[in-house]
Design a protein around this ligand. Structure first.
Ligand code: FE2
Ligand code: FE2
Length: 291
């Protein structure tokens, strides 16, 4: 079953757009407005940026009411996708407001290079703060269907990752049983939406690899046609070979439209814009994508 209309509002992005009244920040946040065949509307907040304030400011400019949000999805643990969660839950003023995420979203992940720095912000005390404000955590590594034609991707398992995407896009670690373990950001989940034009795949940073995430969406939905891919691709530190392979796969999969920015990086964006022409669009705060 496909949904009737989808409108995606970019509420948080690293770029504000040219000559724009919107506020940027390091991080991502989308409001996804989905209308089904019976004209019922669901508003899903996908990620909450590092800070809630610019998101709420941008919502006001777009005439969007936080109290109309029905659910939150946190794509992964990193602070630029989760930092605004307490303030956003407070602004939504609903009890309960479901928050979908991976069970490992509270792990303490960090970088060692160039110096020790924490990558995620969520702690047990934030978890409780969110609950006190009405948030209800739904932590699952399996896909969760939100409405007909709309589902999270769940964890992209190692065996579901394409060989060239198995190398983590970011060098992070966490401690397990007192030992230093490499973090493959297995906590990243994405979202797919089935529309009349084909699948829409929404991702945060695509740490497990954007192609592996698209393939999982195709597998879960049984729909082969991919209309749009929206989100950060984290190719900012990727070498030429990985960028080339990603583009080759996106073309082979017949992806119609690419909307990216955030952690995709200038080199990959430039290449995507060359290869996809008008079908590539740079994300920015305040952008509205209608499908
Ligand atoms: Fe990010
Ligand atoms: Fe990330």
């Amino acid at each position: 079953m496909v949904v009737k209309n989808v409108k995606i509002y970019v509420l948080g992005e690293d770029y504000a757009g040219y000559n724009s009244p919107f506020l940027s920040q390091h991080g991502l946040s989308f409001l996804i407005k989905i209308e089904d065949e019976s004209e019922k509307i669901k508003n899903i907040l996908f990620d909450v940026g590092t800070y809630a304030k610019p998101i709420l400011f941008n919502m006001k400019l777009l005439h969007l009411d936080p109290q109309e949000i029905d659910a939150i999805i946190l794509s992964h643990s990193h602070v630029d996708h989760t930092g605004g969660v307490v303030e956003m839950v407070k602004a939504i003023q609903k009890n309960p407001i479901p928050i979908f995420a991976h069970p490992h979203i509270f792990k303490t992940s960090f970088a060692l290079d160039p110096e020790f720095s924490l990558a995620n912000s969520l702690t047990e005390s934030i978890k409780k703060d969110v609950e006190r404000s009405g948030g209800r955590w739904i932590l699952s590594s399996d896909p969760i269907r939100l409405i007909e034609g709309v589902s999270t991707l769940g964890e992209i398992k190692k065996e579901e990752q394409l060989e060239f995407e198995k190398t983590p896009t970011i060098k992070l670690y966490y401690i397990e049983d007192g030992r230093l373990v490499e973090d493959r950001v297995e906590d990243e989940i994405g979202l797919y939406i089935e529309t009349r034009k084909g699948l829409i795949i929404v991702s945060g940073c695509s740490h497990p690899g954007i192609v592996s995430m698209i393939k999982k969406a195709i597998h879960l939905s049984g729909v082969n046609k991919v209309y749009a891919v929206i989100g950060g691709f984290h190719l900012i530190d990727a070498n030429e070979d990985r960028i080339n392979k990603t583009i080759a796969h996106l073309k082979k999969l017949g992806v119609e439209r690419i909307y990216t920015g955030h952690c995709t990086g200038f080199k990959a964006e430039y290449r995507l814009s060359e290869e996809f022409g008008e079908r590539f669009e740079r994300l920015h705060a305040g952008k509205v994508i209608e499908i």
